[in-house]
Unconditional design. Sequence first.
Length: 116
Amino acid sequence: MKKAKHTNEQLKNLILDLKVHSHKEKSPFWKVIAKELEKPTRRKRTVNISKLNKVTKKGETIVVPGKVLGNGELNHELTIAAFHFSETAKNKLKNTLTIRELLKKDQKGKNTRIIC
């Protein structure tokens, strides 16, 4: 199978930074995120707010290696990091970060979950 060739420079740089960081910090968490982001566009993860509401607990920090969509409501506080948020998701969510911002904040990824 061919490997995806990304044309998005931000995505390419983020994947490279995640791989370098995971190797330097010996953190497999960020390597998994990089592998998920490397997938072709049609296989990228999309997660609705309703799913996040079902599978998370109050106060958690989660990473969505793809796009968060705005369908549903969130009944508790979460910190959500994703590569991309839809406009409706941005309007509904309060604590949103980019994956790069979370990488700076949580170097090892210890207190963070991946939602796919």
